[in-house]
Design a protein around this ligand. Structure first.
Ligand code: URA
Length: 440
């Protein structure tokens, strides 16, 4: 077999068989195929796509490039969730304890933020003492005793994706649905859960800018999961504007705790409860309505927040910082953005807000960059809100006032006011299962 022939075949829009896909991935991971040939292949896939069988074989070959987690020693149905990423998306911090408080186990591996979208691991690490690099034994022990644990990717899971993703990142081939789908699903299958809920974001602050694209990506992922014998469902949620009011690591932990305690922003609560309920539904805890009730119950009776605190303690986190969050959780510099005019908020560009948060120190441009856990943005106005001249639109937290001044310009551009009150767009757009697509 020659890699040249495989590239040529995909360039000419022909379908690849399992052996050809296996070959190109295996030989690339072992270093026998150079980056320039893999880049040409990825670009051919970007333009010509892959059919269902090719996507499955691509995901399978990536999966087989490394170790797989075996969760069978943990009793019961295990559920997992994955978000395609967004600004202010802290739902994992809320959903995992809700689901565990309802008696369903979650053994979750999460990622770090890269670029303007955040990552759960960074958010957890903003809590003093939290260890996200637990040994496999400790991770399993916590899931068995408490019901949930969130760690960074351990072991040698899907090394092919690490290498291919890094190449896609620098060859403008990230935004290819078959490549995104096989990248995400190979990692989710390797993580071992029985049921996988995918939160596919759509809108200005997401990879998938349109609902049609998000639906198409969801369908591919659901099919890959089904072929591996897992229960997979995708919920398509809005990422035109940020979720909740907080953007930034410790600020998002604090806001998640507010939701777990029964308060917090309505949009964040609604999406989190819906995601948690669908995970419970997949774990056969009842009808979707029953599961929504269950999820709300554990918030209202304090069990979800207790579960979160148990998990944080078990992972070495210092819970006393939660009691002093107002003073300990934010950077010293607080800079308010004041509105110069009146009107109604008609849009908040999530991507721009994410970029402004990077200036404040929230994220990293390169993997090696360090981040400022206490930096971030609190929005005081959301879409549909009335704004008077002189009102505070947002508070910025950073280590330096100059950083806030730079971010201010972008945030002023991101928050658009109109004369008329606009209708708030739906938060949950659609649901995709192996039975079909349901649009809301
Ligand atoms: N997230 C992933 O894990 N892979 C992609 O290709 C895109 C987003």
């Amino acid at each position: 077999m020659r890699v040249y022939d495989i590239i040529e075949k995909k360039r000419d829009n022909k379908n690849l068989n399992e052996e050809e896909i296996k070959y190109i991935i295996k030989e690339y991971v072992s270093g026998k195929i150079p980056d320039y040939q893999m880049s040409a292949f990825l670009m051919a896939v970007y333009f010509n796509g892959m059919n269902e069988e090719e996507c499955f074989n691509f995901a399978k070959s990536m999966l087989n490039s490394g170790e797989k987690m075996d969760l069978t020693s943990i009793p019961g149905i295990k559920v997992d969730k994955h978000s395609t990423g967004g600004v202010g998306d802290k739902t994992t911090l809320i959903v995992v304890p809700i689901v565990a408080a309802c008696g369903v186990k979650v053994a979750k591996m999460s990622g770090r933020g890269l670029g303007y979208t955040g990552g759960t691991v960074d958010k957890l690490e903003s809590i003093p003492g939290v260890n996200v690099s637990l040994s496999m034994e400790k991770f399993f022990e916590i899931v068995k005793s408490i019901g949930c644990s969130v760690v960074s990717q351990t072991g040698n899971l899907v090394p092919a994706d690490k290498k291919i993703y890094a190449l896609r990142d620098v060859t403008a081939t990230v935004e290819s649905k078959p490549l995104v789908a096989s990248s995400i699903m190979s990692k989710k299958i390797a993580s071992g859960a029985d049921c996988i809920l995918l939160d596919v974001k759509t809108g200005k602050g997401a990879f998938m800018k349109t609902l049609d694209d998000a639906v198409e990506l969801s369908k591919i992922m659901v099919k890959i999961g089904k072929n591996f014998g897992r229960k997979v469902m995708a919920v398509i949620t809005d990422m035109n504007s940020p979720l909740g009011n907080a953007v930034g690591n410790s600020l998002e932990v604090w806001e998640s705790c507010e939701v777990l305690k029964g308060g917090g922003p309505e949009d964040l609560k609604k999406v989190s409860v819906y995601l948690a309920a669908n995970m419970l539904y997949m774990a056969e805890k009842g009808t979707l309505e029953d599961c929504i009730t269950l999820a709300n119950e554990v918030i209202n009776n304090g069990k979800a927040y207790e579960k979160f605190k148990e998990m944080i303690s078990a992972q070495g986190g210092d819970l006393s910082s939660f009691d002093n969050f107002e003073t300990l959780g934010k950077d010293d510099v607080c800079y308010e953005i004041i509105s110069e005019k009146e009107g109604y908020v008609s849009s908040i560009d999530a991507e721009k807000l994410g970029k402004a948060s990077m200036i404040l120190g929230v994220g990293r441009l390169k993997k090696e960059d360090s981040i400022d856990y206490k930096a971030g943005i609190i929005l005081y106005k959301k879409i549909g809100d009335k704004v008077e001249k002189g009102d505070v639109l947002a508070a910025l937290y950073s280590s330096k006032t100059e950083k806030c001044k730079c971010a201010e310009e972008i945030i002023k551009e991101a928050v658009v006011l109109s004369h008329e009150k606009v209708k708030v767009a739906p938060l949950i757009h659609a649901k995709v299962t192996d039975q079909g697509v349901e649009k809301f």
